[in-house]
Design a protein around this ligand. Structure first.
Ligand SMILES: [Zn+2]
Length: 224
């Protein structure tokens, strides 16, 4: 392990063990050098890396703090890495999304309220009303994000948000325009909504999988 990696590991360990908690100020650079036993530049690089990863926040002239460690924050840099990777990564991202969205739908059924149903219905209505592909895709994303929000697992929601990257959606959108398949997509969302209204978790899971599998087909044809 090089010195920077060692410093990163030590800093993460301090957080994991609770020596410093979310929002706490980190010991000074000099103290960290002493404590970890690496050079000042290794500490500095470690702090920079962890800032990029959303774990630490360097306040100008005011020290370094642990962030709130919210999943959305921690996964943001993952999203950036995935977006920049391109190529096969898009297909992999979509495959993971295909694994997780059906589970989110099944989870959401357990916690669904009438207000949740109304919000979901308004998302599908927005898809139906969309005149531009952009608006259509945004309403589509909003539908799935609402499902994930209702599911009540912040990490799952943040992860799915990362997976529904613009790049992936852009490809799907292009495929959709070619196939003129918006009506079909709306029907798929209606099927998910109907299953959720019936409080049928299995059916919601299956309907979501069918929808995502269809998207996979478009993605494959767009990247082929
Ligand atoms: Zn969708």
């Amino acid at each position: 392990m090089n010195k920077t990696d060692q410093a990163i590991a030590e800093l993460l360990d301090m957080i994991r063990s609770g020596q410093v908690a979310g929002g706490d100020r980190l010991p000074t650079e000099a103290e960290l050098v002493e404590r970890i036993g690496v050079s000042r530049s290794a500490v500095r690089e470690a702090v920079q890396s962890l800032s990029f990863a959303g774990v630490l926040r360097v306040q100008q002239g005011g020290g370094t703090f642990v962030t709130d460690l919210a999943p959305e924050r921690l996964l943001r840099s993952t999203g950036l890495v995935l977006e920049l990777s391109g190529g096969d990564m898009l297909a992999e991202l979509y495959a993971v999304r295909r694994m997780l969205e059906p589970e989110a739908a099944a989870l959401a059924v357990e916690r669904l309220t009438d207000a949740g149903i109304e919000t979901l219905r308004s998302r599908v209505d927005a898809m139906r009303a969309a005149t531009e592909p952009e608006a259509f895709v945004q309403a589509d994303i909003a539908f799935h994000d609402t499902v994930a929000e209702i599911a009540g697992n912040r990490t799952l929601r943040a992860l799915l948000d990362t997976l529904r990257s613009e790049a992936t959606l852009g490809l799907i959108r292009r495929a959709r325009e070619e196939e003129r398949a918006e009506a079909r997509s709306i029907a798929e969302h209606d099927a998910i909504l109907a299953a959720m209204e019936q409080r049928d978790a299995e059916l919601a899971r299956a309907a979501t999988l069918v929808h995502l599998a269809q998207g996979q087909h478009w993605l494959d044809s767009a990247t082929a």
